[in-house]
Design a protein around this ligand. Structure first.
Ligand code: FAD
Length: 308
């Protein structure tokens, strides 16, 4: 079923999940066992992130260097196939522009069609380490909006039909000069054919409400699903703002600063903060909440127990 149809026919808000493909060497059974705890809450869909190929340069005997592909994780397509076979849930593979030509994107879309996958998340992906700005692959796409348009073009020539989600940033994407410009660019993605939006994680609901109001005022009318992540370790206070260009409110930082080396206290503080966010979001008419699990099912499960 397409996510847009799930959203338009839902009776009440639901929880959806995002997982990162396991590292190579993890078995299919381990993957399925890590997802099983979520299934009692009937998530209608699970997103599977996509990671750009990395390359390594190795010295050769003649003094030259050879380039080698390094794939650390199982592909999102394989993970989606495994989840689909194990559980009655829609899978949403992420599809990124980074490192992919238009032919490679078409080939991935063919694989999704082959597997009966009806939903995808279209994203640009980040720059490679050392690149100042994102550089598209020759013959590839510069912005997620171009990718959305390419998926719609693929559908016309291949008889497929995908429901397309796109990403958005309540605190603005780090490259955008301001939130208004970023929202205008978000509208381009919707105008190109995106069906719904999932936001980057945020820790202050007011930031999300202001963003949602601005989206509506600029004519973005598709569903906007907030993305949440419960903090679980002290290190994340430093790591997440740097990795995702977001703010962590002072009250939450203070909670963690109060017991920096007490893992249990930090873990509980993260659950409580995220639970309060959920309660408030559900009161304020969100269609669903998307949880970034980032390899940790237990704290998300604690929160799902309270609300879903
Ligand atoms: P875009 O929408 O293309 O935007 C990128 C920048 O370009 C923004 O500053 C925007 O304002 C600007 N822009 C957009 N369109 C135009 C235009 N037409 N003209 C001028 N400027 C424009 N990354 C991964 O590698 N793998 C994942 O699985 C993954 N999953 C994610 C899931 C979610 C829900 C989110 C929110 C992000 C995810 N990311 C993932 C991160 C994402 O790839 C990066 O944040 C990336 O830097 C931007 O991707 P985007 O799709 O938002 O890009």
């Amino acid at each position: 079923m397409k996510i847009k149809d799930i959203l338009s026919s839902q009776q009440k808000p639901f929880a959806s999940l995002e997982i990162v493909p396991p590292l190579k060497g993890v078995s299919k059974k381990d993957l399925i066992d890590s997802i099983r705890p979520f299934m009692e809450f009937n998530p209608p869909f699970i997103n599977v992130t996509c990671h750009r190929d990395e390359f390594e340069f190795r010295p050769e005997a003649d003094g030259t260097f050879s380039r080698h592909l390094v794939r650390r994780r199982v592909s999102e397509t394989a993970v989606c196939a495994a989840i689909q076979a194990a559980f009655p849930v829609e899978v949403v593979p992420h599809l990124i522009c980074g490192g992919a030509s238009s032919e490679m994107i078409d080939s991935q879309l063919n694989d999704f069609k082959f597997l009966g996958i009806e939903n995808i998340m279209a994203l640009r992906g980040d720059s490679l380490l050392g690149e100042k700005r994102f550089i598209p692959e020759p013959g590839g796409y510069r912005y997620a909006g171009e990718l959305v348009a390419a998926v719609r073009a693929f559908e016309r020539s291949n008889g497929a039909q995908f429901c397309i989600g796109v990403g958005a940033y309540p605190e603005k994407h780090f490259e955008a000069p301001n939130l208004e410009t970023d929202i205008a660019n978000l509208k381009k993605k919707v105008d190109a054919g995106a069906d719904y939006i999932i936001t980057q994680m945020f820790f202050d609901n007011d930031v999300f409400y202001r963003f949602r109001d601005k989206c509506r005022a600029s004519g973005i009318n598709v569903p906007i699903i907030p993305g949440l992540k419960p903090l679980s370790t002290f290190k994340q206070i430093e790591m997440l703002p740097e990795a995702f260009s977001l703010d962590i409110p002072q009250d939450l930082v203070a909670e963690f600063n109060a017991h920096p080396s007490d893992r249990t206290a930090c873990y509980q503080a993260g659950i409580e903060w995220c639970s309060a966010q959920c309660k408030d979001l559900l009161k304020n008419g969100v269609p669903a909440i998307h949880f970034y699990t980032m390899g940790r099912p237990d704290n998300v499960v604690e929160i799902l127990k309270k609300f879903f």
